[in-house]
Design a protein around this ligand. Structure first.
Ligand SMILES: NC(=O)c1ccc[n+]([C@@H]2O[C@H](COP(=O)([O-])OP(=O)(O)OC[C@H]3O[C@@H](n4cnc5c(N)ncnc54)[C@H](OP(=O)(O)O)[C@@H]3O)[C@@H](O)[C@H]2O)c1
Length: 247
C-alpha cells in the first residue's frame, strides 16, 4: 500500500523467526506467510540450504542463522529436536518468550534422566536449558501434515498451550490464533505432560481415522478437534511412563 507507514510495533508484530526448517518449522512457516507475517527461517546447515523453501514461501520469507531468527520479531518459534537445544545460541534468546514445539524421542535425542524419571516435563527441561527465556509450549501435539489441513478448519481446531507466565501464554496464543488454530490453556510447564507423546491429548487426537493413521500415518488427512473436545481430552489425560518409551 503506497505511502502507508508501518510503525515499529506493528512491524514487529508481523514478523516471526523460526529455528528449524524441517517438518514442523516449514509447516509453521507456510501458515505464517499465509497470515501475512514476514518470516526468517534458520536451520543447522545454513541459509544456502534453504533456497528452495524460501522460493516456495515467496517474498515474505528469508533465510538466516539461528541468532537472526531469534531476533526477528517478538516471539521466535523453536522447531528443532530436543537434542539440539544445548547447541542453540543462548545469548540471542536472552529475555525472549519462545514458542517451543519440541518433544522427547529417546531414539533421536538420547535418554535424558530428568525426563525418564518424570522429574521434569519436556518443556520444563527445555526451560532449564534456556534459563533467560520464557518457554511456551505449543504445536508439539499435532503431526506436521495435519497442520495445513486443520489450520482455519470448520469447526476451528484447537491446540493445547502451556507456560508459566500468563502474559507470555496470551501472546503466543494470539500468534497461534492468527496462524489458524484456537488454543486451550493446559496450565503450567509442569502440567504439559498432558499433551506430550503417548498422553491422552497427543497427535492421534487429530486423526480422521486411527486405523489409517496406524497403517500409514501420512495417508490420514486429519479431522478438526474443537476447543471443548481438547479441554476434555486434557482433563482425561494420563502421565506417560517416559522411561518405558521405545521411540
Ligand atoms: N514432525 C512432526 O510431525 C512433529 C510434530 C510435533 C512436534 N514435533 C517436534 O518438533 C521438533 C521439530 O521436529 P521436526 O519433525 O520438524 O524435525 P526435523 O524435520 O528433523 O527438522 C529439524 C530441524 O531442526 C534443524 N536444526 C537442528 N539442530 C539445529 C540447530 N542447532 N540450530 C538450528 N537448527 C537446527 C534442522 O536443520 P537441518 O535441516 O539443517 O538439518 C532441521 O531443519 C521436534 O522436537 C519434534 O519432536 C514434530
Amino acid at each position: 500500500m503506497p505511502g502507508r507507514t508501518i510503525n515499529s510495533k506493528e512491524s514487529s508484530m508481523k514478523r516471526i523467526g523460526i529455528i528449524g526448517s524441517g517438518s514442523i518449522g516449514a509447516a509453521v512457516a507456510r501458515l505464517a506467510v499465509a497470515a501475512d507475517y514476514e518470516v526468517l527461517i534458520a536451520n543447522l546447515r545454513g541459509p544456502e540450504s534453504l533456497s528452495s523453501l524460501i522460493e516456495e514461501l515467496g517474498p515474505r520469507a528469508q533465510a538466516g542463522d539461528a541468532s537472526a531468527a531469534a531476533g526477528f520479531g517478538d516471539i521466535p518459534v523453536l522447531a528443532v529436536p530436543l537434542a539440539a537445544y544445548p547447541n542453540l545460541p543462548v545469548d540471542a534468546f536472552e529475555g525472549k518468550t519462545i514458542l517451543s514445539t519440541g518433544n522427547y524421542y529417546p531414539h533421536r535425542d538420547g535418554r535424558i534422566e530428568e525426563l525418564d524419571s518424570l522429574e521434569s516435563t519436556t518443556a520444563e527441561y527445555e526451560q532449564s536449558l534456556l534459563p533467560g527465556t520464557v518457554i511456551v509450549k505449543a504445536f508439539n501435539n499435532i503431526l506436521f501434515h495435519h497442520i495445513p489441513n486443520l489450520a482455519n478448519s470448520t469447526p476451528r481446531t484447537a491446540l493445547p498451550i502451556a507456560g508459566d507466565h500468563d502474559d507470555a501464554k496470551a501472546r503466543v496464543s494470539a500468534i497461534v490464533n492468527t496462524l489458524g488454530f484456537d488454543t486451550v490453556d493446559a496450565g503450567a510447564l509442569s502440567e504439559s505432560w498432558s499433551f506430550e507423546p503417548e498422553s491422552g491429548a497427543y497427535t492421534p487426537i487429530y486423526a480422521a481415522d486411527l486405523a489409517v493413521l496406524a497403517a500409514d500415518y501420512l495417508a490420514d488427512p486429519g479431522a478438526p478437534v474443537p476447543a471443548n473436545r481438547v479441554r476434555e481430552l486434557l482433563a482425561e489425560s494420563h502421565r506417560p511412563d517416559v522411561a518405558a518409551r521405545q521411540f
